[in-house]
Design a binder for this molecule. Sequence first.
Ligand code: HEM
Length: 472
Amino acid sequence: MEIFWLSAIAIFTVGFLLMKKKRKNGCDLLPPGNLGQPLVGETIRFLQAFKRNKIDEFLRQRVMAYGPVFKTCLFGQPTVVMTGPAGNRFWLVNDGKLFHGNARGPHRAIIGRNSLLDKNGEEHRLVRAALMTFFSPDSLKKLVGKMDSAIRRHLDEYWDGKETVHAVHLMKFTAFSVTCDVLFNVQDKFQVEELCELFKVATDGIYSFPVRFPGSRLNRALKARSQIDRILSEMIMRRKNDLKSGGPSARQDLISALLSLTKKDGKVLSDQELKDNIVLLVIAGHETTAMTLALMCKLLAENPLCFDRIDKEAADIGVGEQLTWEDVQRMKYLWSVAQETLRFIPPISGIFRRATADIQYGRYTIPKGWAMYWSNYSTVYREDLFPEAHKFDPSRFQGSGGIRPYSFLPFGGGLRMCPGNEYAKLEIVITMHHLVKRYRWSAQIPDEPIIRNPLCVPAMGLPLKLTPVLNN
Ligand code: HEM
C-alpha cells in the first residue's frame, strides 16, 4: 500500500517538475487546461464521469473552456487530451511513431507482458500481421458457416425455452462460447463454462485497485489467470503434437496461426507469448462484441420500428441450411443498426498512450513522457457531425457519404486499429439475425440507465422478457 502511494507521489512529482522546467525554458507552449489538485488532478471527476457514462460531458466542458486540445492530470500523470476529427486524424497517423502503448498496473499483470498490447515495432507487426491474415475477408468467408452453426447451437442450448433472460450476462456467455468455438476450436460444454468463469474473474481484476492481498479482486484475478494458463498449456501442447504428426492441424484456428509464426531471428513464439496473446484475444474479442449485442437488444426494444425493419430484411435471408457470406452482405440495415449502436454508446470510450518524444501539435508542445488520451466521445455527440446526435437513428449509416472522415472510429484506427473488427461485424450481425428470427423481446426495466463497468452496460443487467416466434 505504502509503496503504491510513494510511487504515485514520485510519478506525479517528476511529471510536475518536468512540466515546470519546460515552462521556465519558455520555448514550449503547453496546451491550455487545468492540472487540478496535486496528485489527484482531475482523476475523481474523470472517474465519476466514466462510471456514469458521461465522458462526453467531461470532454465538452473542457473543450468549451480551453479548445480542442487541452491538458489535465489523470491517474497521477499529466495528460493531454486530443479531440475532434483533427485530433483523431493526428492520433491515427502518429500512433506508434510519436506515442506508444501505456499499459500499466493490473491490466499488464493479468493479460501478461508478452501480448501484442505490450509490444511495439517489429514484434507488434509480426503478431498483428498473423491476426490480419486470420481475419482477412478470404478467411472470414470460410468461417461464416462455422460461426452460424456455433451461434445456433448456443441459442438452442442456452436461450430457447427461457421466458426471461439477463441479456448482459447471457450475451457475455454467448460471445465467449462463440469465441472459444470459432477461434480456438474449443467446443466441450464443461470446458467452455469453466473457462468462461475463470475469464470473468480475471477480467474483473483488470480494473481493480492495484494492490494484491488475500481476498482482493486482483488476487482472485491472478489466481484465475494461473488456472487459465494451465488449461492453455495443455491446449498448446496438444496443438503442437497435432502439427508434428500432421494431425488435425488442418482445423485452422488462431492457435495454429500463432504457432506457425517465425520471428526475424528464426525463433517461434514462446509458450508465454502464445498464452498472453490468446488471453488478450479472448478478453478483447468477446466482451466488446457481447456488450454491443446487449446494447442493440436494449435499443431495439426501445425502437420497435427499427426492429421491424430488421425483421423484414431478415425474412428472405438465410433460407438455406446455413448462412453464407452472401447472406451476410445482404444484412445492410442490420449493420447500420449495429453501427448506430456503436456511435450512440461506444463500447470503448477512450485510449491512453505515452509520448515517446516531444510532440508538436499545432502551436502546442506535448512533452515527452506525458500521457495522452483519445476518446470516441469527442466526436459522436457533436451536432455538426451527427445532426440530432442524441437520437438513435440507424439511417445516418445508410447510403454513402453521410459520415465525415475521422468522426466515427469505434474500432480505433492507425497502427493499433482493432484487428478483429470485421470478425466482430460478422458475429454481431449473425447473432442478431438469429435473435430477431427466433424471438420478440421487451425490456423489463423501462429506461434502464447505462453505466460503465468498465465497458458500457445497462446498470441492472438488462432483464428481457422473451417470446418465441412460432415457425421460425
Ligand atoms: C464490437 C467489438 C469490438 C470493438 C468495439 C473493438 C474496439 C477496439 C479498439 C477501439 C481497439 C484499439 C485499441 C487501441 O488503439 O489501443 C481494439 C484493439 C484490439 N482489438 Fe478490438 N474491438 C472489438 C472486437 C474485437 C474482436 C472480436 C477481437 C478479436 C477476436 C478484437 C481484438 C483486438 C486486439 C487484439 C486489439 C489490439 C490491437 C493492437 O494493439 O494492435 N477486438 N479493439
